[in-house]
Design a protein around this ligand. Structure first.
Ligand SMILES: Nc1ncnc2c1ncn2[C@@H]1O[C@H](COP(=O)(O)OP(=O)(O)OP(=O)(O)O)[C@@H](O)[C@H]1O
Ligand SMILES: [Mg+2]
Length: 534
């Protein structure tokens, strides 16, 4: 067997590779090419003379060149085919067979060397208009007479690589959509193990993805029983179709236990008709709920002030009409009482007339107060002083049994422009209501502070009494609304307070929890040096 045979054999190998569409290159130890087949020349867009005596790396894109030397090193260490003594033809066929067995698109990983075979981008210098990738295999040829000789095979895997790139881009794109979505996206397998938890879900539910993926059951993100109910709805045709669920307003449970109102749309993912996972998209409803609540409050306020305005007109009309006849009744009752000074029973009867008529007069007074019929003069007032005075007026009486009175008067509040008598009236009415609400004793706090509303001063009367049921809250400012027994309350106290607060361009707000207590808050516009600032 001379060199001629070997050369012929090299050509034979290259030809066989050529016939099956595989690029083939034979080179020496320093990767200098001694021969190449046509497929390789076509791949690199070169002529034979441009390839022979050039290093293989020159035809590989610069970023991938290292891979070539790596497979040479790796293969020489681990898998030299055609080892001395073995049949060269046999080893080549084995190598070729190996190359062919691994179809393009299939990445056969050698257990001994992960880098084998490698995929490289070929250098694009030959006027090719598109990029080209090849799967490269390497093999040492047994040629003891001519020193080391190596065979490189190149299989065109461009389609596969481009497809992989496209798939990767698509996956990254989809992953980006999921990751950056402001909506919370959570996926779980059919056992409820969380398998996906995006940033939106992290922000909404306060869990970090790594704390829940594979560690937390999805049912823990809902109140007890809800996850089961959602799965039932998902499988039912009645909520947007089988496997789909749209816009369910439910409660999500955050890591700290906070209950968060969310809208949930969910779907089941099927593979070959089998349920494999469920995906839920959570929309945070807190802001929407807050705005809705605010809107409702504002609507209620508008309704309340409109109602009060018309009630005020009515009350003023009635009060005027009754005031004169009442004065007459009282006058004549006194005359009768005087004339009947010796008849005790007539005197008792007239006393009752006088008593009832006086009470009527007080009610009329209250109505007029509410209707703001009396224009009162306003002066610069220290709210703290008026509050203290109003309170001491009441404290001296025996009504504060078992009630602890706490004054929390903030020393640095601005003065307000107000009518001191009306201000005392507010305090007396509110304190009296608080006392009535605590028949078995409790705590009464009278508080003044700077309001968070800039330019306002706050007066708060807080009690630990029976509270107001939610259904009564919209009615408490109505004239004559009372829950107190007949003869005890007229139901005018808060109406009068409302009228006075309106007259002072203030705002009144009542917060109450039945069984726990009530806080009435009034914001008065602050003033400096006797001047209202806004
Ligand atoms: N601090 C409070 N705690 C519990 N309920 C209250 C409180 N303040 C007011 N209310 C409820 O609001 C109703 C109306 O109060 P309002 O002061 O207008 O009338 P009243 O106290 O019943 O009678 P009046 O004040 O004319 O003697 C009360 O009857 C009571 O049901
Ligand atoms: Mg009252």
């Amino acid at each position: 067997m001379g060199e001629k045979f070997l050369i012929n054999l090299d050509n034979q190998i290259l030809n066989i590779l050529n016939d099956v569409g595989i690029g083939g290159v034979i080179c020496g130890f320093s990767s200098l090419i001694t021969e190449s087949n046509g497929v390789f020349l076509k791949m690199v867009g070169k002529k034979r003379q441009e390839v022979v005596n050039h290093k293989i790396e020159e035809f590989v894109a610069s970023g991938d060149r290292e891979k070539i030397s790596k497979i040479m090193e790796g293969s020489l260490k681990n898998r030299s085919c055609g080892t001395p003594g073995s049949s060269l033809t046999h080893s080549i066929v084995e190598n070729l067979d190996d190359s062919l067995r691994t179809a393009p698109g299939e990445n056969k990983i050698n257990e001994e060397d992960d880098a084998y075979p490698v995929e490289v981008e070929l250098e694009n210098t030959g006027g090719r208009d598109k990029k080209l990738w090849a799967q490269v295999r390497f093999c040492r040829l047994n040629d003891s007479q001519n020193g080391e000789k190596y065979l490189f095979t190149f299989i065109d895997v461009t389609r596969k690589v481009l497809q992989e790139k496209k798939d990767r881009n698509e996956i990254n794109f989809l992953r980006n959509i999921i990751t950056t979505s402001v909506e919370g996206i959570v996926a779980a397998d059919m056992k409820g193990n969380i398998i996906l938890f995006n940033k939106g879900a992290e922000n909404l539910l306060e869990w970090k993805a790594e704390e829940v993926i594979g560690k937390l059951n999805v049912s823990k993100l809902y109140p007890p029983g809800v996850a089961k109910d959602l799965m039932r709805k998902l499988r039912s045709p009645d909520y947007g179709g089988v496997g789909r669920l749209t816009n369910q307003n439910i409660i999500g449970i955050a890591k700290g236990g906070e209950r968060i109102p969310v809208s949930l749309s969910a779907s089941i993912i099927y593979e070959d008709g089998k349920e494999v996972a469920s995906v839920g998209i959570f929309t945070d409803l807190r802001e929407r709920t807050r705005l809705q609540k605010k809107l409702e409050e504002m609507k209620l306020q508008v309704f309340q002030s409109e109602k009060m305005a018309s009630l005020g007109k009515l009350a003023a009309g009635v009060a005027h009409e009754i005031n004169n006849p009442l004065a007459g009744i009282l006058l004549y009752a006194h005359i009768i009482k005087k004339k009947a000074s010796r008849d005790k029973s007539i005197m008792e009867d007239t006393d009752r007339i006088i008593g009832d008529a006086t009470r009527c007069k007080e009610i009329v007074q209250g109505l007029l107060e509410f209707a703001r019929q009396r224009e009162e003069k306003k002066v610069v007032v220290d709210l703290n002083r008026t509050a203290s005075q109003g309170l001491s007026l009441l404290v001296s009486q025996a009504i504060f049994r078992n009630i602890e009175v706490i004054k929390e008067l903030s020393p640095d509040i601005p003065k307000i422009l107000a009518n001191p008598t009306q201000l005392s009236q507010i305090i007396i009415n509110l304190v009296m209501n608080a006392i009535d609400a605590m028949p078995d004793g409790g705590k009464l706090i009278i508080r003044t502070l700077k309001s968070e509303n800039d330019g306002y001063v706050k007066l708060e009367i807080e009690d630990t009494g029976i509270g107001i049921p939610p259904e009564n809250l919209p009615k408490i400012f109505d004239p004559f609304f009372t829950t107190k027994e007949v003869g005890k309350g007229t139901g005018l106290g808060l109406s009068v307070v409302y009228g006075i607060v309106e007259d002072h361009r203030g705002k009144i707000n009542v917060k109450s929890a039945p069984g726990q207590g009530t806080t009435v808050t009034i914001d008065f516009p602050a003033c400096e040096k006797g001047e209202i600032l806004f």
